[in-house]
Design a binder for this molecule. Sequence first.
Ligand code: RB5
Length: 148
Amino acid sequence: MADKMVAASDHAGLNLRAEGIKAARARGVEVEDLGPFTADSVDYPDFAVRVGEAIGAGRARFGLLVCGTGIGISIAANKLPGVRAALCRTEYEARMARAHNDANVLCLGERVTGPGLGAAIVEAFLATPFEGGRHARRVEKLDALDRR
Ligand code: RB5
């Protein structure tokens, strides 16, 4: 699978989702936008499920989820099998989420993170490979939690 990304948000994450999609496409990443496509109030778990199911089914390597704080949508995403979602506020956290945790879903909060920083966080996340090594064993243990 190429570095395809699926993206979704709730109503509080529409603008930062658009910024993140733009940043990913600028890097040559194919992005499937899973909505929502109006500003109506929606429930963030419903949109976390859209991204989580696409990741779990192998339809995309990466996901982007945005809500107001990033908290609710990251909690929801991490309940889905195969998802390792990381809520990141800084580029450093995005790099570490990839390098050490092999995170496959980046969560952002539009009410916390501005558009410029948000785009930089997306770029850092997509640019950073998983380090493997000692971290691989820990990530395997994370994935084993899906089967408990
Ligand atoms: C919506 O008002 C808000 O609660 C939601 O976007 C998110 O911040 C929840 O964690």
